[in-house]
Design a protein around this ligand. Structure first.
Ligand SMILES: Nc1ncnc2c1ncn2[C@@H]1O[C@H](COP(=O)(O)OP(=O)(O)OP(=O)(O)O)[C@@H](O)[C@H]1O
Ligand SMILES: [Mg+2]
Length: 546
């Protein structure tokens, strides 16, 4: 803060000096200070990138994050690690945001993007030390990034979205670096089938992952994770005093947003009833009101009732439950407000906000609604839905909460990978092969440029080597040896797909190893990392504001 203030005062002082005559050779600002701020920003961001470098790749380490309340999270996901870390430096926070934006755009590659940005910043520091002006570095980085993205597309492998095998390979690569890697053979096909179900040929770029619902249930192992034809409700069926209704065939499902309980006044008030007959009347009225509602529901033919959660009053009272049970209506309560859209889309029903508007055509139809045991608790599965919407439900299982959460996050990454492929139907090979190929080609291109631009593009090309270097380092190999071997192979024509084989500790063709990842993940990581590095580079002052 002191730095910022002094920067201001020094420039103001110089300006004033100039007005009153000015001296030859006088500088307007204290460059040293700006340089220091720039370097401090870059170092802070670089340190954070270094912290997560060890979790890159299939042999990367995982992190255990412990909150103040002692909540533990074990994860390998870059975006999760960074967002849970308590970064206080504003520039370090930019790196967190960078990882988040990669998560939104591509879903995978959130560690790579941070590591790349760190390497770029490292190169920037070196270039600054050599006296290159930040604006020139920034412009050259943008130039190099554009060329890198263009080059990446030249060695992309086209993929058909109907080629299930190929998609599973891509999902497996993404899952291969997670804590739950040993279950990739279960999770990868599920991720692929999910996206293929919700995929719309006419709008390939609009795969909305909100159409995939993951219900997490503790108990069993990840092997028990399953894709359900239909919809799964997290909660068990509600029941009153009796046994409750647990199975309904030929289900006619209504989704109501009103409550089956006596109405309340808008304001909090008390009515004191002293007379017994009056009390009796109130109870009778209440009963009549509830029975009236249930009769209306029953009249539509409804036999499965979904009730939205209400914060104002009970969504359904004991009395209501009792009569619903008598009417043989299965009840699922506590449906969240944000689930309504998904349910309505899946079951092709219309949510009803007022009892008068409940009509038979607003109901959804299904062959079976059944409560089943799932681990420690129960879920309700609705199957055989009549003209079901394009959505899927997955029940994710895990032996404990930590594994369950990580399985869910990893499945999300895999789903994102397939979404990327639906959007842009190209794969590239992983294992550092794409990065080293880019590095070699950009290095060649840099030689055709002149002046500072050439130096900066060369630095960009060298920064890309951080990915194979880190992959090798994390796999316990000799990084310098491996990267040199890779570089030599890629310098020869026709070795575009040579990458690090972490299993054997050698360099081999990644297509044979089936290490494939979407092109979009890499290009997005490149452009986002460059953008972030440029942004940090261009900041020369930190000003505290009110
Ligand atoms: N079997 C494998 N052999 C060699 N390299 C691999 C293999 N599987 C993945 N990789 C490489 O590991 C890198 C991805 O690692 P990882 O999944 O840990 O990080 P990320 O995808 O950047 O981030 P996150 O998955 O946390 O969002 C990619 O460069 C990929 O090419
Ligand atoms: Mg990954």
């Amino acid at each position: 803060m002191a730095a910022a203030v002094s920067t201001k005062s020094s420039s103001a002082g110089n300006g004033g000096g100039r007005q009153s005559g000015g001296k030859v050779g006088e500088r307007y600002a204290d460059d040293k200070l700006k340089h220091d701020i720039r370097i401090s920003n870059m170092t802070a961001a670089k340190k954070l990138a270094d912290a997560i470098r060890t979790s890159l790749g299939p042999r990367g380490m995982d992190k255990m994050m412990v909150s103040e309340k002692n909540d533990v999270t074990i994860t390998n996901d870059g975006a999760t690690i960074l967002s849970k870390m308590k970064a206080t430096h504003p520039a370090a926070k930019m790196l967190v945001e960078l990882s988040k934006s990669q998560d939104i755009v591509a879903g995978d590659g959130t560690t790579s993007v941070a590591v790349l940005c760190g390497a770029l910043l490292n190169k920037c520091i070196a270039l600054l030390a050599r006296g290159v002006h930040p604006t020139i570095i920034s412009d050259s980085l943008a130039l190099a990034c554009d060329e890198a993205c263009r080059l990446t597309e030249t060695f992309g492998i086209p993929v058909n979205i109907n080629d299930r095998e190929q998609l599973i390979n891509a999902a497996t690569t993404s899952l291969g670096s997670k804590v739950v890697a040993q279950y990739s053979d279960v999770l990868a096909p599920i991720a692929v089938d999910c996206v293929r179900k919700i995929f719309d040929e006419s709008r390939p770029d609009l795969v909305d992952l909100r159409d995939v619902r993951c219900v997490r249930k503790q108990g069993g192992t990840i092997d028990d994770t399953e894709l359900t034809e239909g919809i799964v409700f997290d909660q068990k069926t509600a029941k009153g005093a009796g046994a409750g209704i647990h199975t309904v065939e030929d289900a006619k499902i209504a989704l109501i947003q009103f409550c089956i309980s006596p109405p309340k006044t808008d304001m909090e008030n008390n009515v004191i009833v002293s007379d017994y007959t009056q009390m009796d009347r109130i109870l009778k009225e209440e009963r009549n009101y509830v029975i009236g509602l249930i009769k209306k529901i029953k009249a539509t033919g409804c036999n499965v009732l979904l009730i939205q959660k209400s914060i104002l009053r009970d969504a359904v009272t004991e009395l209501g439950m009792h009569y619903l049970q008598k009417a043989k209506i299965m009840v699922i309560k506590d449906v969240e407000r944000d689930e309504i859209e998904f349910i309505a889309k899946t079951l092709k029903l219309q949510p009803v906000a007022h009892p008068e508007q409940l009509t038979p055509e607003k109901l959804g139809k299904a062959k079976l609604a059944k409560e089943v045991v799932c681990g420690k608790s129960k879920v309700v599965k609705v199957t055989g839905i009549e003209n079901m919407g394009k959505t899927v439900s997955v029940i994710v299982r895990g032996s404990n909460q930590l594994v369950l959460d990580e399985a869910d996050r990893s499945l999300h990454d895999a789903l994102c990978v397939i979404r990327c492929l639906a959007h842009k139907q190209f794969l590239i090979t992983g294992g550092g092969s794409a990065e080293i190929e880019l590095s070699v080609r950009l290095g060649q291109w840099a030689r055709t440029l002149s002046g500072m631009e050439s130096v900066c593009v060369k630095a960009f090309a060298e920064a890309l080597e951080v990915i194979p270097y880190t992959l090798a380092e994390n796999a316990g190999l000799n990084p310098i040896e491996i990267v040199t071997e890779l570089r030599n192979k890629h310098a020869m024509l026709g070795n575009v797909h040579e990458g690090i084989n972490v299993k054997k500790g050698t360099v081999s063709d990644m297509r044979k190893e089936n290490v494939l990842q979407p092109l979009l993940v890499t290009t997005s990581a490149l452009s986002l990392a460059t953008e972030c590095a440029r942004m940090i580079l261009k900041i020369d002052d930190i000003c505290p504001v009110r």
